[in-house]
Write a protein that binds this ligand. Sequence first.
Ligand SMILES: C[S@@+](CC[C@H](N)C(=O)[O-])C[C@H]1O[C@@H](n2cnc3c(N)ncnc32)[C@H](O)[C@@H]1O
Length: 267
Amino acid sequence: MSKISDAAFKGVCDYFFRISGIRLTEGKRALVLSRLHRLSQDCGFPDLNEFIARLTRGQLGEDVAVAVVDRLTTNETYFFREPAHFADLRQRAQGHRAGEEFSVWSAASSTGEEAYSCAMLLADTLGKAPWRIWGTDLSTTVVAAARTGLYPVDRIENMPENYLKRYCLRGEGPYEGQMLIDRSLRQRVEFLGANLTQDLPQRLPMFDVIFLRNVLIYFEPPAKADIVRRVITRLKPDGLLYTGHAESLSGLDLPLQSIAPAIYRHD
Ligand SMILES: C[S@@+](CC[C@H](N)C(=O)[O-])C[C@H]1O[C@@H](n2cnc3c(N)ncnc32)[C@H](O)[C@@H]1O
């Protein structure tokens, strides 16, 4: 594997920061090398430093730029991650005014497990009453994966058994080893590309609950505050914001009131 020079590392970090708002630290050098090495080869550059130089000069085209961002984002996620939020979501949904659409946004949805976990819970709690889920992410690759609703069966670890039976179809033949989220749920979940550091898509409605989890951790405090301020413009007056339990909003001077661990309401 080719080495990455100091100049190339700085170049790609600055490039990624401009696009995503995420500052990669020196500790991420090996990760950057391993994630971009293959892409550079596939694009016809045996020398990664040359690849990065061309990239940062804007000489490689939009598809390569998108592929670089996809490689450098961290997309780890799983179904029913941080279960306390799902217990809270159930309560909110149950207390929701009948007839009005209950809407949830998984901001930074990665491959969609968070959004589909919400969909299972709302299908169970609200049934055929109006509800809708939106998922957005910076990475186009994960957005495309989320839209398929298709997952390896080993992803189902935290999924309640009855949800597995009711909302997931086990693959057979060429789909052996995979499971598909039931169509009735997929129809109520929409995934879009969106960069949380920029203007949000006009189509996003106002939400009862917004999941903004395990993404703020990658940002410096000013960028973090900026993202939260932008995201909460889409909260309904009584809406709630859920953040990752490892993510702190303290000291950011935000118009939010903490009502439970990692759960906030607009002031
Ligand atoms: C670790 S995953 C979190 C997934 C899920 N929310 C969870 O808690 O399991 C972080 C996601 O944030 C996305 N992301 C990073 N920077 C972003 C940005 N500026 N705008 C939107 N999404 C971003 C990444 O592409 C990645 O899919």
